[in-house]
Design a protein around this ligand. Structure first.
Ligand code: ASP
Length: 545
């Protein structure tokens, strides 16, 4: 009986449901306490709310002040060197966040996978993947529809006359090689190298002798060869960490010591994240200001590519402010905008850094502390989401593909549109959560429908802007995924709890079966499905935050 009570307490304290309900009814933090203490002065109330939401206020202020400073400093016409020095505090934020990514992703996934029952883990992962797939497909469809409605590429009499460079344009690659590279990166050949290198196919041309009965001729054959290129292979690390966590759990007692190690490593990393969070407002302010100071040809950019930018940004707004919140509301019947309010710091970081990976640490903090998502769910789902779920990227890639087709006067038939939708969804999985990650995989879509890849230079010219809203939507999709899963887990836990309590009443005390590992020691029944996630929370109790 004592065992049962402790599981129920665990579930209540750990799944954050109580916290979430309090937050839902009280809007943001700090709005509930005063009810207990009677009426209070307005200034006191404001002070309390400001204190409770200090970080959010500072972050939003950081963005606004950043824009103002940027506009003011822009007129000073800084030299290139001065611009670099000016952007230094922003650069520092990105370095701090990047520093934390590998320990955070690896430790949270290992400990997450090790602390959840494999059956529940499979179900949880399956539902998450389904949510990611469906929302990415919807985002792609919105992108195509927006591009057909706004027609960003048809009214331009000639191609936009921007002084774009081809520097960042990716080398064109066969579609099949792009997908093989994706699969290769899932299985990194060297884990240490995966922390800073990924596999990418290049081509070489070899002369091949052809003999027929009468004469000898030569043909030139394009042969793919693999090379390791700079850039973290986060997909490989994610897959390895999950499988390693499952293996550790299977070891039982023998694996405990390592599970504990990864748990404490994870907790310590999150403490570092909470410190970095306080630097975020200043860093974001300088990232935004630095970009505004650095912008060139803004007028020309908007004149020639304004419709393309509008198409992407409106599409992102539709997806982020209507579609995702609506899906969340339909399933949970909770206010999605309260959920969004809790993510403000992370969303501002995504906007400032243009990187899902760099936003991951702050996103974990936000969903856990503001939106009541349990650590088991957030630390398992968010790293996967930050790696494979990119709604914003799929959306802008679809707009870009239709835009390039319109620019080149190439009408798209139904099959080509479907190809764009499917390849955009697939290529967004392969896109790295780094600035301009999506532009690099855009080539796959263009190759698939036979469009010229050198027009990517136009997309690159405005990507510094589009990528910001794109990254915000990418991370927002992950967070809503985590929120939805938490809802299902809570609901399952409640149902299980109800069923168990009625059984207890009928049968008296039920014998419990212990797991071999004390770290995952809970009743067997409780470890099934959602309850497993709510009950098996060693790290929650060990948290030092
Ligand atoms: N910058 C985006 C992200 O980090 C990826 C992209 O370029 O689409 O999520």
């Amino acid at each position: 009986m004592a065992e049962k009570v402790s599981i129920e307490e665990d579930m209540k304290s750990a799944n954050g449901a109580a916290h979430l309900e309090e937050q839902e009814s009280g809007m943001a933090n700090g709005l509930t306490d005063h009810k207990k203490n009677g009426p209070e002065a307005l200034s006191e109330k404001l002070k309390r709310i400001a204190k409770a939401n200090l970080l959010v206020i500072l972050t939003v202020a950081g963005v606004i002040v950043g824009v103002l400073i940027g506009l003011a400093v822009r007129s000073a016409h800084l030299s290139n060197t001065q611009i670099i020095y000016f952007g230094f505090p922003g650069e520092l934020l990105i370095r701090l966040l990047k520093m934390i990514i590998i320990p955070l992703v690896v430790c949270s996934l290992v400990s997450g996978a090790a602390s959840i029952d494999p059956k529940a883990l499979g179900k949880l992962g399956g539902w998450a993947m389904l949510f990611f797939l469906v929302t990415t497909l919807i985002a792609s469809a919105i992108g195509v529809i927006m591009a057909f409605i706004i027609r960003p590429g048809t009214l331009t009499s000639s191609k936009p006359s921007l002084s774009v460079s081809n520097d960042g344009v990716p080398q064109s690659k066969e579609v099949v090689d792009s997908f093989l590279d994706l699969v290769r990166n899932i299985f990194p050949s060297n884990l240490v190298a995966a922390a800073f290198q990924s596999y990418a196919t290049s081509y070489k041309f070899v002369k091949v002798q052809k003999n027929d009965s009468t004469n000898v001729s030569y043909i030139v054959e394009k042969v793919p060869y693999g090379a390791d290129v700079d850039g973290m292979n986060i997909l490989g690390l994610v897959v390895f960490a999950i499988v390693f966590g499952v293996a550790l759990r299977k070891l039982g007692e023998e694996g405990e010591i390592l599970i504990k190690f990864f748990n404490s490593f994870n907790e310590a990393t999150m403490v570092l994240v909470s410190w970095i969070m306080w630097y975020a407002p200043l860093g974001i302010m300088f990232l935004v200001a630095g970009k505004i100071v650095e912008m060139e040809e803004v007028g020309l950019l908007f004149a020639s590519l304004g419709k393309y930018i509008a198409c992407c940004v409106i599409g992102h707004m539709v997806h982020g402010l209507l579609v995702l919140p609506l899906i969340y509301f339909i399933f949970t019947r909770k206010n999605p905008f309260t959920f969004l309010l809790g993510l403000v710091t992370a969303l501002a970081t995504a906007f400032g850094t243009s990187s899902s990976s760099a936003t991951l640490p702050l996103m974990m903090k936000c969903v856990e502390e503001k939106n009541g998502v349990s650590k088991q769910i957030s630390r398992f789902i968010l790293p996967i989401g930050a790696t494979v779920n990119m709604d914003g990227a799929a959306l802008f890639q679809c707009v870009a593909a239709v835009f390039i087709a319109q620019l080149n006067n190439q009408p798209l038939n139904f099959i080509q549109v479907i190809t764009i939708l499917v390849t955009a969804t697939a290529s967004s999985v392969g896109a790295a959560g780094i600035p301009a990650g999506g532009v690099l995989t855009l080539a796959i879509i263009l190759e698939a429908v036979g469009l010229p890849t050198n027009d990517i230079s136009l997309i690159l010219a405005v990507d510094w802007l589009v990528d910001r809203t794109c990254t915000v939507i990418n991370v927002e999709g992950d967070a809503f995924g985590a929120g939805l899963l938490q809802h299902f887990v809570d609901r399952n836990a409640k149902q299980e709890e109800g069923a168990e309590l009625s059984e207890v009443r009928l049968e008296g005390i039920r014998p419990t079966q212990q797991e071999s590992s004390p770290l995952v020691a809970k009743s067997k029944e409780a470890l099934e499905e959602g309850v497993a996630i709510a009950a098996a929370r060693p790290s929650e109790k060990e948290s030092i935050m």
